[in-house]
Design a protein around this ligand. Structure first.
Ligand code: ADP
Ligand code: MG
Length: 265
């Protein structure tokens, strides 16, 4: 018997059957899978800059933004209107380009990907929640959610089963076939949350998801988003005006003068 090594790293002595070796290797793989689930930096923003031309002059909206965010972390992003919060989310997801700097996701530089790789990356790894829900009005709740799976190549009974399960998780399991215009604002946002998470993205981007909801509904929807991403171990970047809601995330950052900084009091 080897001494001084944890049991999982002991090498089976020669002569043991292949089955035993296979079992040991499988166990090590599972342990290393758990290990990679442990906290690591998933998103790295390096010197991100983005300017827009405005009335003949350059307006630098992002000015060398640096940030490192770990998997499973929920980060609230606050900042005054026009400070560049939406621009930042668009640059991270690749909807908008950067002028300089890089976005690195899970060790991969996504900012230099070309379309259609960038679109594929976004579809697979990112979920979105918007202020105005952005649901397809001609599809029912279940079809809105299922659409994301179909875009990722999941179809038929499997797609239906997953979209139904996800809508049940947000408390709308009994409204699967209802038309979108029969839902209240808070309910539409819950459909949108289901749509954003059904494909199990590693990163959820939410741009003022409670901005179009009354205060009481906002106070129900916000914790629901946090709870669902925490359950999945996903990362959340959540733009909000509401400092009280922001305080319930793991960390708050403020967009100010083109940078992401620790918030001012
Ligand atoms: N596509 C664009 N073209 C020109 N200006 C833009 C564009 N997108 C954003 N801006 C400008 O960038 C600034 C930041 O906008 P935005 O990121 O939407 O701010 P926030 O989400 O913090 O309110 C604003 O001054 C806005 O007018
Ligand atoms: Mg915005």
């Amino acid at each position: 018997m080897e001494k001084g090594r944890p049991a999982r790293f002991r090498i089976p002595p020669i002569g043991l059957g292949v089955r035993v070796r296979q079992r040991q290797i499988l166990r090590q793989c599972r342990l290393s899978a758990q290990f990679t689930q442990a906290i690591h930096t998933l998103l790295i923003l390096k010197k991100l800059s983005r300017s827009f031309r405005e009335g003949g002059r350059e307006h630098r909206v992002l000015d060398s933004v640096d940030a490192r965010i770990s998997n499973g972390e929920s980060v609230a992003i606050i900042g005054r209107s026009g400070s560049g919060k939406s621009t930042l989310l668009n640059v991270i997801s690749g909807i908008d380009r950067t002028d300089t700097g890089t976005v690195e996701f899970d060790g991969r530089e996504v900012s230099s990907l070309r379309e259609p790789e960038r679109t594929r990356f976004r579809r697979q790894h990112i979920g979105f929640i918007y202020q105005f829900f952005n649901l397809v009005p001609t599809l029912n709740a279940e079809e809105n959610v299922r659409l994301v799976l179909e875009l990722n190549g999941v179809r038929g009974a499997e797609a239906r089963r997953r979209s139904q399960a996800m809508l049940t998780e947000v408390g709308l399991g009994d409204r699967l076939s209802s038309a979108i215009d029969t839902f209240s604002g808070g309910e539409q946002q819950r459909v949108a949350i289901a749509r954003a998470l059904v494909h199990e993205p590693q990163l959820l981007l939410a741009d003022e998801p409670t901005g179009n909801l009354d205060e009481e509904t906002a106070r129900q929807v916000f914790p629901l988003v946090l709870a669902l991403v925490r359950k999945r171990g996903a990362m959340l970047l959540l733009v909000t005006h509401d400092r009280a809601l922001a305080a319930t995330a793991d960390r708050t950052l403020e967009m100010r003068e083109g940078r992401l900084i620790e918030p001012s009091k």
